[in-house]
Design a protein. Structure first.
Lengths: 112, 114
């Protein structure tokens, strides 16, 4: 299985602090994506990093990918209360029709 | 900004009844998916659809499930005879490039089977 596993399962920080979430997977991938889900809502795509990329930035988000360790991290800098949500990594492989396999998610709570 | 829309947002049904969940993917996307999320659990892949046929399906997607693209805009998921364990949030997604590309998700349809 190319299942992603996030850690920690839950993270609680103060507003202004940085939040780091990690994702590990088992098989070779072509890309890895991070999604955010507010409670009871749909999934919002945050960032996609391809297997030949090591780091990617988008606003306050920084994603790294280490294919040798089969792991990725999502860093949210200067967190805000509005960043409170669950964050999922999802792995994609070109041999599939487009299926992305999601991890268990990290629940982030940012306290004001 | 284009978005994926799903209806209904919430459906309550009796066990054994048929349910159809509807999705309107983003208009220029060619790859369509259904995922589900049981409350408090991970997002699970059900099925992918491309070129008017199923590309891949998971073991969850058994004979009780079917998908259809009846016209140029809708993409439906049918559950023929619902079970209690089908209670979940069902998400439709579409993608322009497929093969693990960026997925655009709808807000989901919450199915409650009594």
């Amino acid at each position: 299985s190319q299942q992603g596993e996030e850690d920690p399962q839950a993270l609680s920080i103060q507003e202004g602090e940085n939040a780091t979430m990690n994702c590990s997977y088992k098989t070779s991938i072509n890309n890895l994506q991070w999604y955010r889900q507010n409670s009871g809502r749909g999934l919002v795509h945050l960032i996609l990093i391809r297997s030949n990329e090591r780091e990617k930035h988008s606003g306050r988000l920084r994603v790294t990918l280490d294919t040798s360790k089969k792991s990725s991290s999502l860093l949210i800098t200067a967190s805000r209360a509005a960043d409170t949500a669950s964050y999922f990594c999802a792995t994609g492989v070109w041999t599939n029709a487009g299926k992305s396999t999601f991890g268990d998610g990290t629940t982030l709570t940012v306290k004001p | 900004e284009p978005e994926v829309t799903q209806t209904p947002s919430h459906q309550v049904t009796q066990m054994g009844q048929e349910v159809i969940l509807r999705c309107v993917p983003i208009s220029n996307h060619l790859y369509f998916y259904w995922y589900r999320q049981i409350l408090g659990q991970k997002v699970e892949f059900l099925v992918s659809f491309y070129n008017n046929e199923i590309s891949e399906k998971s073991e969850i997607f058994d004979d009780q499930f079917s998908v259809e693209r009846p016209d140029g805009s809708n993409f439906t998921l049918k559950i023929r005879s619902t079970k209690l364990e089908d209670s979940a949030m069902y998400f439709c997604a579409s993608s322009e490039e497929g093969a693990g590309g960026e997925l655009f998700f709808g807000e989901g349809s919450r199915l409650t089977v009594l």
